[in-house]
Write a protein that binds this ligand. Structure first.
Ligand code: UDP
Length: 410
């Protein structure tokens, strides 16, 4: 192995990192994998990301940039299936991955798996290849169940997560909080866990002058609140909707909700019904999926971006909003306490109760509207989260594992 160059097999078995973002199974983790793979390739590493083929129209190999590619492998029918159903195809996925590796004469220095399903695959490949396995769960089943909002994580998931924690060389988490949860709920040894935050694409996410952004989107004057994310009960959009009637002082206040695909239809319907009950249906727009390249217009057009989640493993959307110069009100989840400068670039409120969210939003809406300078200073506050920095942090963590004496596969 070249000391400074790693050959990395990245695993994202259930979720295609180039799928539409904001859909049921493609959110922050997909962004993380595609951005990180791209940046690691740029820095001279070789990255192959393996995922399950879910659409016959997809090419088997997709370029993710310099020395980084995505490889689709057959595992069950080539169609979208629920992530729990992917579990039964993992043996086929693992065998096809090994065949692809052998047929193409590939060797890897490390396996970096994402989410519990890929953790299962990584565990086997680690034994076959005798190379270290580093896992990143992105969300943890036991934590999700402790919160008790939305679909319960299965016992199978929790057992698989526990096995992956035991068998892998290292676990990477994005926050101190996630590290504590791994220790407390999974018995992970503290020195096996490395913390590297997530990043933001500072080139895509740039401030656009507010009025120009509004014009482009056909939005009128008046205060605008924005939510961006998968439409999932854990995201707490209901709490945010309940905050709106408490913001009567801001006449003409509008709320834009971005995210949600055909698989999120029932949750969108539940939220629509709630807007009716709260008599705010004419003030809330469900915008559906928006391509990331268009999101800077929405972030820049908004006065405040809100992250009302019950749980976040990090809080990417807050970073994107700040990169566009728009302040954020967020529940105290993920890494938001470190991302947001209290009273300066936004507010982190204690719980995601409608009153706490409304209080934080009111503080920001009462300020004079931000100008170009304030947008740029908000953006400057998160410079350290560029993918170039984050990729270096990830490489330090991966290298810690490759230092262990393991003989690469023949
Ligand atoms: N996203 C997007 N379009 C949408 C909704 C979300 O591009 O319509 C992106 C968003 O920019 C962010 C990611 O999806 O990078 C975050 O999704 P989410 O909040 O669902 O994160 P997760 O909960 O999966 O970590």
């Amino acid at each position: 192995m070249d000391e400074n160059r790693l050959r990395i097999a990245m695993l994202s078995a259930h979720s295609c990192p180039v799928g539409d973002l904001g859909a049921r199974d493609t959110g922050g983790m997909s962004v993380y994998i595609r951005e990180l793979a791209h940046e690691l390739g740029k820095q001279g590493h070789h990255v192959d990301v393996y995922t399950r083929a879910h659409d016959p129209a997809d090419r088997q190999i997709v370029d993710l940039g310099q020395q980084a590619r995505l490889i689709h492998l057959k595992a069950g029918e080539e169609e979208q299936i629920h992530k729990l159903a992917v579990y039964s195809y993992l043996p086929e996925f693992t065998c096809n991955l090994e065949n692809f590796r052998k047929n193409n004469g590939l060797r890897y220095d490390i396996i970096f798996s994402h989410y519990w399903l890929s953790g299962w695959v990584g565990k086997y490949l680690q034994q076959w290849w005798q190379v270290p396995h580093v896992v990143m769960f992105h969300t943890l089943g036991a934590v999700k169940n402790a919160i008790g909002i939305g679909e319960d994580a299965s016992e199978l998931r929790i057992v698989t997560e526990r096995e992956a924690v035991n068998d892998c060389q290292r676990v990477i988490v994005a926050t101190e909080r996630e590290k504590e949860e791994l220790i407390r709920r999974y018995g992970a040894p503290p020195d096996k866990i490395g913390i590297v935050p997530c990043g933001v694409n500072m080139e895509i996410f740039q401030p656009v002058a507010r009025m120009a952004a509004r014009q482009k989107l056909g939005l009128t004057n008046g205060k605008i609140l924005l939510f961006v994310g998968r439409i999932d009960p854990l995201k707490g959009v209901d709490q945010l909707l309940k905050a709106i009637p408490r913001l009567q002082d801001f006449k003409g206040l509008r709320m834009i909700i971005i995210g949600g695909d055909e698989y999120s239809r029932s949750e969108v319907e539940r939220l629509r019904k709630l807007t009716g009950k709260l008599k705010i249906q004419d003030r809330v727009t469900f915008q559906g999926l928006i391509k990331q390249e268009q999101l800077p217009y929405f972030y820049s057009a908004a006065d405040v971006c809100v992250v009302p989640s019950y749980y976040e493993s990090f809080g990417l959307v807050a970073l994107e909003s700040l990169a566009c110069g728009t302040p954020v009100v967020a529940a105290d989840v993920g890494d938001l306490k470190n991302i947001i400068r209290q009273g300066e670039t936004g507010y982190v409120v204690d719980g995601n109760t409608p009153q706490n969210l409304a209080d934080g939003i009111a503080l920001l809406l009462s300020r004079p509207p931000g100008d170009v300078d304030s947008a740029l200073s908000i953006r400057d506050s998160i410079n350290r989260y560029s993918w170039a920095n984050i990729a270096e942090g990830v490489i330090s963590e991966l290298s810690l594992s490759t230092d262990r004496q393991m003989t690469p596969v023949a």
